[in-house]
Design a protein around this ligand. Structure first.
Ligand SMILES: [Zn+2]
Length: 430
């Protein structure tokens, strides 16, 4: 009986050990960034390195060419594979790997990168250029673009955990091309060596290997610039609920400094019509826009465009993106026009109605005057609004960590773990 118990204990220990190994493997020491891909990737790439370069056939690992220090390689796609004029013929070879010596960098199309470059002629005939780079090198570069090296270290450390988690959980976005992330705001902005700094490097080193977990799974740590005072629950932006992406107060953003803490813009009827048409929405002449519901944090959940040929409603994040606004937290004030027709002509002026709820535009009725000087008083006889004043707060999607809030918390003495645990409900760091 004792023996049986011991065996069960051993099996249980083995299961726990295996679980730890599986968990640890979620950290990868290398990530891949798509530098050129798709229909506008061209058909050539230029490479060089101050340490020299070795060109491999990536399918079998044989060396095709050894470039000298500073020697520039112009690699071009041919009809059956690759070639570098006067240097090597790689016709029939569809996958190349170009590597500088360990510890040196290379220059690809004028930009300096760590790691190495993978080049492929894809089955659809397009060129694919991917930078394989150490995860921490990648994060040190992203920090310089997504924050600034001048920001407080604890904010940079919080951002480095977000960037590390993000790249390691972003597995689906570019899977057609087989790389993890692109170098733009679509994923995370990555500038190669140029955007690294000793401060970003220090923030990465001091959080080395640390990831944020929720229920033992690596969490998706989203971030954005400014919340305007309160972050948003993910379900009000992207639709589905995630336990650690809830709305939290964001009291340390500095209203004077934080980017777009408050903002206001004016859009003309024509500008809105153009944005609707760009989004494939056709409702004829735009008459008005109404905000139909808002979240507790003040972000618009549903709005409706009213046109001569129908209406079109949008929800959640689309309320921001369809108009190209800084954030989803805004109010719209239709700016009606009062038109006074007198014996000497027509005079136009904006007209607002005021109530305890605030100021809003008026449209769609007319007054006939008996005064001989004013023959007619029209308030938008067509019923349409000419301009929309939009007042808002915050910059970005509002889900997860506010960068300006993280900066404010760091300036007020909070450490990076406290910052992350504030923005991500129930987050564990290890
Ligand atoms: Zn991307």
């Amino acid at each position: 009986m004792k023996k049986k118990f011991l065996i069960i204990c051993l099996i249980f220990t083995a299961i726990i050990a295996f679980a730890n190994i599986t968990q640890a493997s979620e950290y990868r020491s290398e990530v891949s960034v798509g530098i050129k891909y798709g229909s506008n990737s061209g058909n050539s790439v230029t490479l060089s390195s101050q340490g020299g370069l070795t060109v491999y056939d990536a399918a079998v690992g044989t060396v095709l060419y050894q470039a000298q220090i500073g020697e520039e390689l112009y690699i071009e796609m041919g009809s059956t594979g690759f070639a570098s004029w006067n240097k090597f013929d790689a016709s029939g070879i569809l996958k190349l790997s170009v590597q500088p010596p360990q510890g040196t960098t290379l220059v690809c199309d004028g930009k300096e990168y760590r790691g190495y470059i993978y080049i492929e002629k894809c089955t659809d005939g397009t060129l694919l250029v991917v930078n394989y780079v150490g995860t921490d090198d990648y994060v040190a570069s992203v920090l310089g673009k997504e924050m600034s090296y001048t920001w407080p270290k604890e904010a940079l450390k919080a951002q480095s955990v977000c960037a590390r988690n993000y790249v390691l959980t972003r597995t689906g976005a570019h899977k057609n091309y087989g790389f993890d992330v692109c170098p733009t705001t679509h994923c995370q902005v990555y500038g190669g060596v140029a955007s690294e700094h000793e401060n970003t490097r220090a923030a990465v080193n001091e959080t080395k290997g640390i990831l944020g977990y929720h229920n033992d799974k690596v969490a998706e740590l989203f971030f954005f610039a400014t919340s305007g005072g309160q972050t948003e629950d993910v379900k009000n932006v992207w639709g589905s609920s995630i336990d650690y992406l809830k709305s939290v107060p964001d009291t340390y953003e500095n209203p004077e400094k934080a980017s777009k803490y408050k903002w206001n813009i004016t859009l003309t009827k024509e500008e809105v019509e153009k944005k609707l048409s760009d989004a494939g929405v056709n409702i004829g002449t735009l008459n008005n826009i109404t905000v139909d519901s808002k979240s507790d944090s003040g972000r618009v959940l549903k709005m409706t465009f009213h046109g001569s040929d129908g209406t079109h409603s949008v929800q959640r994040e689309k309320c921001r993106t369809i108009l190209g606004l800084y954030s989803q937290k805004f109010s719209i004030y239709p700016d009606s026009v009062l038109s006074i027709i007198t014996t000497s002509g027509e005079v136009k002026a904006p007209l607002f109605a005021c109530s305890s709820e605030g100021t809003f535009g008026v449209a769609g009725f007319s007054v006939i005057s008996e005064n001989s000087a004013i023959s007619q008083l029209n308030i938008n006889p067509t019923g349409s609004v000419e301009k929309y004043a939009i007042d808002g707060g915050g910059y970005g999607h509002g889900v997860g960590m506010s960068q300006w809030g993280a900066r404010g918390m760091a300036e007020n003495g909070f450490g990076y773990e406290e910052i992350l645990k504030h923005y991500f409900t129930g987050l564990e760091l290890r």
